[in-house]
Design a protein around this ligand. Structure first.
Ligand code: PLP
Length: 391
């Protein structure tokens, strides 16, 4: 089935990496459920029963999409940031964390002070070697937290190989798949990952749900992420007399975001990530080739130009302020892109400095522009951006 998205005529949206448009399947699923909308896990009435069923069916669908194994938990959160914060809270005491300086802030800041931050690698192979060396130094099993695809450059990380290295050292791996899942297949079991985090609003399901999926043992042993109704098995009169639930309920206290879960599940059951990947490859190749021909435009990248990537390209225009360029693209051409440091300040600053060194230009701006594509993006959208930039 082809997934289509909602949009506004005359607006060229090239900002999917920030928030993707709403899939029609998500909108339809929400519209269908709305008359039946009721409390989840809390009522005997037909509306509540149907809503509870829809929520649990959604959990199953999202788990299937992510390749969750039997025994993995699929926990609904608000977004990827929330999912990674939940995992950070569930870390067994004394577990070292290893990450890279190339991460989005969501995968940089939740980890305990003292987490090892490996330098930004210049190739996927260098990332693997650096992880191997770092894990060799540690005397306790670690958690490795790494992105699946960079939100700045779109470059993909070798997550299967990193997982193999992690496991060889007795470590676990969590993949921030916020930018990978909307653009390419991700399968926890096939890639042998321990945890995956995604955001619904980047996956065409803009109703405020995210997911942490992965191994249940740490999550069942951790204190509840939120405490309150729904997370308990028994609450007695004394303050200490509480027995917490295990499974997803332990971390989902309070009334859950039913519509967010159902919207995300609708996308998960209709999206074909392999087909998406093929279409986006062609769009990104044209975008990058076009940008390379515009004098003064420099692409940001960590790896070789041929490295595998998803539908995200960041660049700078020499001598031009990125915020001004983005505003002009919006005002004069109806094109939406993102400008700034993309919540990955250390990485983006570094890549701008590297682009300056590579091009010999001393007039690169301190922030960058980012164009990102997805379902519904056409070749003519890409051409429109290129010709607007040329002008
Ligand atoms: N990780 C990556 C790679 C991202 O690109 C983003 C958002 O841009 C996040 C995490 C955080 O996502 P959210 O804002 O939905 O929590």
């Amino acid at each position: 089935m082809t997934t289509t998205v909602l949009g506004v005529p005359d607006q060229i949206n090239l900002d999917y990496a920030a928030t993707a448009p709403c899939a029609r399947a998500a909108a339809d699923a929400v519209a269908e459920l709305l008359p039946w909308y009721g409390s989840v896990h809390r009522g005997a009435g037909a509306l509540s029963q149907r809503s509870t069923l829809a929520y649990e069916v959604a959990r199953q669908a999202v788990g299937d999409f992510l390749g969750a194994r039997a025994g993995d938990h699929v926990i609904f959160t608000r977004n990827t940031t929330d999912a990674l914060n939940l995992l950070a809270r569930a870390l067994p005491a004394g577990t070292p964390v290893v990450t890279y300086g190339a991460e989005h802030h969501a995968n940089l800041l939740p980890w305990p002070v003292g987490a090892v931050r490996l330098p930004v690698p210049d190739s996927p192979g260098a990332a693997i070697r650096a992880l191997d060396a770092a894990l060799r130094q540690l005397d306790a099993p670690a958690l490795v937290a790494v992105t699946g695809a960079s939100n700045v450059t779109g470059e993909r990380w070798p997550v299967a190989e990193l997982a193999a290295v992690a496991h060889r050292h007795g470590a676990r791996i969590a993949v921030d798949a916020a930018q990978l899942a909307p653009h390419a297949p991700i399968d926890i079991a096939d890639l042998d990952l321990d945890y995956v985090a995604v955001s619904g609003h980047k996956l065409y399901a803009p109703f405020g749900a995210g997911v942490l999926a992965g191994r249940g043992d740490w999550l069942d042993a951790a204190p509840p992420y939120l405490t309150g109704g729904g997370a308990t098995r028994h609450v007695g009169a004394a303050t200490h007399d509480v027995r917490w639930a295990t499974g997803p309920a332990r971390h989902e206290a309070g009334t859950p975001n039913l519509l967010g879960a159902v919207a995300l599940a609708a996308v998960c059951t209709t999206l074909d990530p392999t087909a998406v990947q093929a279409t986006e490859r062609a769009l990104v190749a044209r975008l990058r080739a076009g940008l390379a021909e515009i004098p003064g435009v420099a692409e940001l990248r960590m790896f070789d130009p041929g490295a595998e990537r998803v539908g995200i390209v960041s660049f700078v225009v020499a001598g031009r302020d990125s915020a001004e360029v983005a505003a002009e693209l919006a005002r004069d051409h109806g094109i939406g892109v993102r400008d700034g440091l993309f919540c990955a300040h250390p990485l983006t600053r570094r890549l701008i400095a590297e682009a300056a060194a590579r091009t010999g230009r001393r007039d690169l701006p301190p922030t960058a522009l980012r164009a990102s594509v997805g379902l519904g993006t056409t070749e003519s959208d890409v051409e429109a951006l290129l010709s607007a930039l040329c002008r």
